[in-house]
Design a protein around this ligand. Structure first.
Ligand code: DGL
Length: 265
């Protein structure tokens, strides 16, 4: 077993989770894979997403990763169970909308959830809501096009703002006092969202919880897991020959990294 942790997403979104993992200062090497040849996952079929997820996880498993993080709500919704059955010996952590914390944070029981269309209609999300929020009103808003705007680096453009406004309006109409970011791309537009919503509305995502869970998982396997001097290496790969991630990384990743190379998958 290596000390490699592989983090995957359809694009740059999972970097919001990578940030949280990096902040933990662990003695690990991080490989981030953006499947940007097939972005967005949010408008793809269940079978397609499941197959891509399996391809990426198989690649990570062949690299002897000590853990894999699916830093994508959409891929988790359709692929997590399947890939865990393929590689039961590797911890495969998924990303799910933070329903349970939202229930604890809400004062009025009205919770808004922004997600991709695929996540919004997934059975996994329905089950999550039934399980953790039986007494709340969860307004699920699909946000087609939003992840693509973020992927282009348009974190504050008028177009992104108008699109976000359109998706947030129904949540405001329903008096939601908590908004869950149910797609890992969305934390990158949290500042924009804050401009749109009243200050009393809380905004939450799952990044920190995943990083903490990864820490707990690895801590059972490694001694000396944490480090004071940050020795983590971070390498990026992407699957689209036309969209090398290196060009947009200065917007999303402010630390050192190894250049993004092409992964033919
Ligand atoms: N970042 C992804 C998620 O958390 C998916 C975005 C997309 O490819 O549609 O769901």
């Amino acid at each position: 077993m290596t000390n490699l942790v592989v983090v995957i997403d359809s694009g740059v979104g999972g970097i919001s989770v990578l940030h949280e993992i990096f902040k933990q200062k662990l003695n690990i090497d991080l490989l981030y894979i953006a499947d940007n040849l097939y972005l967005p996952y949010g408008n793809k079929s269940e079978q397609f997403i499941k197959n891509r997820c399996a391809k990426l996880i198989t690649f990570a498993a062949n690299k002897n990763a000590c853990a894999i993080v699916i830093a994508c709500n959409t891929a988790t919704a359709y692929g997590a169970e399947y890939v865990r059955s393929l590689y039961p010996h590797i911890p495969i952590l998924g990303t799910e909308p933070a329903i349970k914390p939202a229930v604890n944070l809400s004062n009025n029981g009205n919770i808004g959830l922004l997600a991709t269309a695929a996540t919004a209609k997934s059975m996994r999300l329905t089950n999550l809501v039934t399980r953790y929020a039986p007494n709340s009103r969860v307004i699920i808003q699909a946000c087609p096009g939003l992840a693509e705007q973020i992927e282009r680096g348009e974190l504050a453009s008028i177009k992104t703002k108008l699109l976000l406004q359109k998706y947030v309006n129904p949540l405001l109409d329903n008096e939601c006092d908590v908004i869950i970011l149910g797609c890992t791309h969305y934390p990158f537009i949290k500042p924009l969202l804050k401009q749109i919503i009243p200050p009393h509305i809380k905004v939450i995502d799952s990044g920190y919880a995943i990083a903490k869970y990864l820490y707990d998982t690895l801590n059972k396997r490694f001694t000396n897991l944490t480090t004071t001097d940050n020795t983590q290496t971070v390498t990026f790969m992407n699957t689209s020959p036309l969209n090398n991630l290196t060009h947009v990384l200065p917007i999303f990743w402010l630390h050192e990294f190894n250049h993004a190379s092409l992964l033919n998958l």
